[in-house]
Ligand binder design. Structure first.
Ligand code: UDP
Ligand code: MG
Length: 341
């Protein structure tokens, strides 16, 4: 499947120029979304370039600055490589990693796309292995975390619960412990680029197209520097968003809870009615009354909340706002037409 083969010893020779010509589609586009990662970006760039160079093919590295404030953009916009095309896009503010990845997938031009975190938790050294799996026929290569180094047991436990719950509620299960680190064929990326929703629950969106899948195991490294951008409120938000944007089952559950309480109420009515008729009407039952009021109140509020979540999604979708706004581009002219064209 090699369209262009550059011999390792001729990397800097004349055919490099030829490879950069507009009609050669890059083998891979590595998409790296980042937010305030100035500490790690230089090492990241170096390691990605080293991994790509092992492939001896013209590749593309696409940095997406998701509104960094720490000078990351100045760094990234000056990155270059003699073999590979380095492009960077800058969003006008922090739109979130999901939007940044979407921007990357629209601008990418490679025959396959790899999503990679800038903090090097997803080691670029796996890229050749992923590409090999792709060349062997997989259209999606999911990278499954074997070990989550540097993450607390609480994070691991909640993540596990979330995956279990998601694969239970969702119609197209998402593989457990597979994050955004993955390779996708251009065909898959083109499908994802046509998905219009504003709420970008990536795990779900990336799983939606299907295609031939392969799972590779890898050990997730701890963050090289800086801090994680996630905290529990954000994770809860993500989980709710994931559930409500990929399943209507909670609505069904609300209905079921309503039916169940109605059934219980019906049975209770009969019991209480008979009791009153047979034994008269002594004024007791304060605890049961309060309990029933609280119970029904709780179920009603919960159901309204669930309903509200979906109405909120509809509201956001109905505004049809763009997912992100591009502010600046560096060396952004793709040598090949982008996958979103
Ligand atoms: N990131 C981003 N925009 C955000 C938050 C994070 O582009 O709003 C990037 C971040 O710079 C990193 C990747 O997404 O490259 C993963 O973020 P992080 O390491 O904070 O998440 P974790 O690995 O802890 O899940
Ligand atoms: Mg990270």
């Amino acid at each position: 499947p090699y369209r262009q083969y550059i011999h390792p010893t001729s990397e800097r020779s004349a055919d490099v120029k030829h490879v950069h010509s507009a009609d050669v589609q890059p083998l891979i586009t590595v998409i790296i979304p980042f937010l305030n990662e100035a500490d790690v970006l230089p090492i990241c760039h170096q390691r990605v370039c080293e991994a790509l160079t092992k492939l001896h093919q013209h590749c593309e590295i696409l940095y997406i600055d998701d509104g960094s404030q720490d000078g990351s953009w100045d760094l990234v916009s000056r990155f270059k490589h003699h073999l590979h095309q380095v492009r960077s896009l800058r969003l006008s503010r922090n739109f979130g990693k999901e939007a940044a990845m979407s921007a990357g997938m629209k601008a990418a031009s490679g025959r396959c796309v790899i999503l990679l975190d800038a903090d090097l938790q997803d080691p670029p050294e796996y890229i050749p292995e992923m590409v090999k799996a792709w060349q062997n026929g997989a259209q999606v290569v999911e990278m499954q975390r074997r070990e989550r180094h540097g993450e607390s047991w609480l994070k691991r436990a909640t993540a596990h619960c979330f995956y279990r719950f998601m694969s239970h509620v969702s119609d197209h299960p998402i593989t457990e412990n597979v994050g955004d680190f993955r390779l996708m064929d251009e065909k898959v990326v083109k499908v994802i680029n046509t998905l219009p929703e504003r709420t970008r629950f990536m795990k779900g969106l990336l799983a939606w197209p299907g295609f031939n899948r392969t799972i590779l195991q890898f050990d997730r490294d701890p963050r090289l520097a800086g801090n994680t951008k996630w905290n529990y409120p954000k994770l809860i938000h993500l989980a709710l968003e994931g559930i409500t944007s990929f399943s209507t089952k909670p609505l069904r559950w609300a209905t079921m809870a309503g039916m169940m309480t109605s059934a219980i109420a019906f049975i209770m009515t009969i019991i209480i009615f008979t009791k009153t008729l047979v034994w008269g009407d002594p004024v007791v039952g304060y605890p049961s009354t309060i309990l029933i009021i609280l119970f029904l109140g709780g179920i009603q509020l919960l159901s309204i909340g669930v309903l509200g979540e979906y109405v909120g999604r509809l509201f956001i979708e109905s505004k049809q706002r763009p997912l992100y706004v591009l502010m600046e581009e560096a060396m952004a002219k793709p040598t090949f037409k982008p996958l979103d064209a």
